[in-house]
Design a protein around this ligand. Structure first.
Ligand SMILES: [Fe+2]
Length: 386
């Protein structure tokens, strides 16, 4: 570490973590001065009984609770506008967001737009000036996006084929209430995509040019937990210890990448998600192995360390061999859990790649990637993933 190079680390979100913690939700609402709750979630969690359970907990504490469960996967700006209008028309003073990244990103965005003029799109980018939003309690039911601790929300406008990130201090949850028992019923397919998204957050932050000691420590612990428990969480989802490892890994990875940004997988995931409508976790799973193969020689030491974290005995290996063994160990995990591995399966064609690469080059994740990349490099990586 070159200490002449300045770094900063800020964690605006209080993390509460533990099995069964959901039962203490009302206390956290009262602590934040909340009286009139807008509960943001999705229809899947209504059907699974999670929304009903949360409403029961809140109403037993005499908290006035209104639900907004219109959130779709890859959430829409229109839902943010509608939710913010409900907050203002109906004097809601706190947001509780329950669900995966889509519900949490929508909840955080509603909280921001309840206290700011204009459209959520006007705040796309990092630290676009805004006023603080309503307090937010974020309750993740998947272990992947880390939205509960992330400074970003990703919002889509499908009629315009666009997807953008809105980031900054005012886009953070006030409290992340992380209860692993809420993720035990997550289907295997979603456990795969969200788990590999968490791994990619930890890994891309760890090997990139902007990483720093506090992020590195969080990434290392996150990857260790994922190496130990993602296979179990996928193939024996009822194992609450494995679910807890994955939820902690996801939350820690989000804290790691807040000040560092990510890398090429996330740069390409944005336009691929918007244009080809590929769920975020799936596109990340497809891209990660080829992105690692592109990057490995630019940061041998870090990929060699990843090999050790993934239980490879690196003692008999050269640095180069160990680094490539790190890539292979991560690729093996991805293969073992049956992650998607083809962009073509989602309708992406060779003729789409130039435009997708051009758009990816505008991402803030490009400049921090360990190996400088051109649009032609991105076309090459995506072609290998077709
Ligand atoms: Fe991600």
């Amino acid at each position: 570490m070159n200490y002449h190079q300045h770094f900063s680390f800020e964690l605006p979100t209080r993390i509460e973590f533990g099995i069964g913690l959901i039962e203490s939700l009302a206390e956290h609402v009262l602590q934040l001065g909340g009286k009139r709750v807008l509960l943001v979630s999705d229809k899947g969690l209504v059907a699974a009984g999670v929304v009903g359970r949360v409403v029961d907990i809140l109403t037993s504490a005499d908290l006035d609770t209104r639900t907004f469960t219109e959130v779709e996967p890859e959430p829409e700006a229109a839902g943010v506008t509608e939710g913010a209008k409900i907050c203002n028309d109906d004097a809601r003073d706190i947001i509780i967001a329950v669900g995966g990244g889509s519900a949490l990103d929508t909840g955080k965005s509603i909280a921001l737009m309840a206290r700011n003029a204009g459209h959520i799109r006007d705040y796309a980018g990092l630290e676009i000036p805004s006023s603080p939003g309503l307090p937010v309690i974020a309750i993740p039911t998947t272990a992947g996006t880390g939205s509960e601790c992330a400074v970003w929300s990703v919002i889509s406008e499908k009629d315009r084929n666009i997807k953008y990130g809105v980031g900054g201090r005012n886009m953070t949850a006030t409290v992340a209430l992380c209860d692993p028992s809420l993720s035990v019923s997550l289907p295997a397919r979603l456990t795969v995509g969200t788990g590999l998204d968490a791994l990619t957050h930890a890994l891309e932050s760890y090997v990139n040019k902007a990483t720093q000691p506090i992020s590195e420590a969080l990434s290392e612990k996150s990857m260790e937990l994922i190496s130990r428990s993602l296979r179990t969480a996928v193939f024996n989802g009822a194992d609450v210890q494995a679910r807890a490892d994955m939820l902690l890994a996801s939350t820690m990875a989000a804290c790691a990448f807040a000040p560092t940004r990510l890398g090429l997988a996330h740069a390409m995931a944005m336009p691929l998600g918007a244009k080809a409508k590929i769920p975020h976790g799936d596109v990340i799973s497809i891209l990660l192995p080829e992105v690692m193969r592109f990057n490995v020689n630019a940061n041998l030491a870090k990929f060699a360390r990843i090999a050790s974290i993934f239980d490879v005995d690196t003692r008999p290996l050269s640095l180069r061999e160990a680094a490539h063994a790190g890539v292979d160990a991560v690729a093996q995990l991805i293969a073992d859990i049956g992650a998607p591995n083809s962009l073509a399966a989602y309708g992406v064609q060779e003729s789409d790649l130039d435009a997708l690469a051009e758009e990816s080059m505008e991402s803030g994740n490009i400049v921090v990637n360990p190996r400088p990349a051109t649009a032609a490099d991105l076309v090459d990586i995506m072609r290998k993933c077709l």
